[in-house]
Design a binder for this molecule. Sequence first.
Ligand code: ADP
Ligand code: ADP
Length: 228
Amino acid sequence: KKEVRLDNVSFSYRGGEHFSIEGMNLLIPAGKTTAIAGPSGAGKSTVADLVMGLVKPDKGHLSVDGTVISDKINLWRDQIGYVAQETFLFNESIRFNLLLAHPDAGEDELIEVLKLSASYDFVNKLPDKMDTVIGDRGVRLSGGEKQRLALARALLRKPSLLIMDEATSNLDSKNEKKILKAIDALHGEITILMIAHRFSTIKNADFIYMVNDGNILESGTWDKFARK
Ligand code: ADP
Ligand code: ADP
């Protein structure tokens, strides 16, 4: 688990005049769950891209455990587990999909991440368990099951930072709860960044940043926002 910060970061897209981030300060403390909330177009994905080093700040910097990340960006990216709305699972076996993240993982590690992601039970019910082929060529998984597998895959490399980028926004509340429960159980073990437009998704975050138009409008704990 690592502490990640954006310090005084400014950023704008080339050719995009209407949207910019100016002097953003964002702290994602080690082992805590930090959330970024805001409507569509607020800049949440852009902030995630800055945190991952996928885009470079025009001003300011990204730092991890106090070290500015500018050149060794690939080393940083390798430490991030990323789960998005789209799961990017292949129409291959569950084992194949997991091993893509970490080809050397042993059976016990696969089982561990299936358990951590609340996937273990449904995988065990599949005809060939971990060797069951999913997707067009095999068994159809529900949206919730796919997301849990995507989470399992993200956890396999023992990330220092786990980013859940609208990872539950396509799910109904029952399926969302299963994932959020798994995320809660990881609390303290991994630094977590949750990104969501739906406010209820981030109820259990330690600290929330509300963003719009590239700005942090307000930040604080859930209580502060729930009171309004
Ligand atoms: P406000 O705008 O409500 O004054 P601040 O951003 O000043 O909120 O932060 C309030 C407190 O929360 C400060 O003590 C700050 O250090 C702490 N804080 C800021 N970011 C985080 C975070 N991501 N996680 C936990 N605590 C934080
Ligand atoms: P959110 O994730 O909160 O929906 P985004 O970070 O995706 O917001 O987008 C913030 C703003 O930046 C939007 O106005 C969007 O159109 C714009 N934007 C996003 N990506 C690009 C890009 N590659 N080039 C230009 N503008 C972009």
